[in-house]
Design a protein. Sequence first.
Length: 299
Amino acid sequence: MNTKQIFWGIIFFVVGGLLLLSNFSVIVLGWHVIWRFWPLVLILWGISLLIKDKGAKSVFNILIPLLIGLLIFSGIIGLIRGCNVDFDDVEITKQEIVEPYSPTVTNAAFQLEAGAGRFMVGDPTENLLTANIKSSFGEYKFDSWSDDSIKNLRISMTGPKIRFGSFLKGNQVRVHLNPNPIWKFDIDVGAADMKLDLTAYKTEKVKVDMGAASLYVKLGDLSDSTEVEIEGGASSVKIFVPESSGCEILTDVALSKKRFEGFEKSDEDIYRTNNFDSTGKKIRIRLNGGVSSIHVSRY
């Protein structure tokens, strides 16, 4: 048995054993306090690298996964208590949100604030906004207000109570917007699967801040200038831009798989289509994040 197998075996043994004992109330401790000792992992790891004796190194190789397993368990317990998790039967909450359209609205901004789930912006509607929500996480709140001649619309999750089975039954938000105003999008989500088909909308700006997410964005050419800014963690990003628009990509992404079809590298971390300078319609994309798979292509 190699060291890697022993390392992961100890972690799974510790986490599973502690979860079992906790379920039967055999152990009840202040796990949030234990989590504060996570720097010990770095200290023990550093000591193990300095020690040359194989016997002493083996002791540290056992202590480190034991401590990691304990910290993982304390983190799980803290998350469960913080989110108020229970194991009751899950009921799906259904909501329909409608904001009537007024021809006086020429500029609008849509904001979405949520955690895990599936989020879609699709076909247009005669209303300013129509949203259909199915959620086992809790209800959503809708706010509407005007600010500097811009109509603001915001859909946000209101303190979800997570139950066993919630992730299986899901959290889905489908949004339809009116195609007449010029739109700005501001989306802040966690572990999410997002599909934004914006081809029918006059899109001025798209800002997406996401965690571990899968993102699909398809842009149209109804605006002379469109800015896209994406902040992501461990994410998979696919963006489609029309050939009729010139496009520029600025990247600040570490450890990423990048594929930019139809683009040429003009400078370090800058990519452009060959018609960027000659066309009147321009799309500028800024990508920031960590470990990501990024694919941008033209259609």
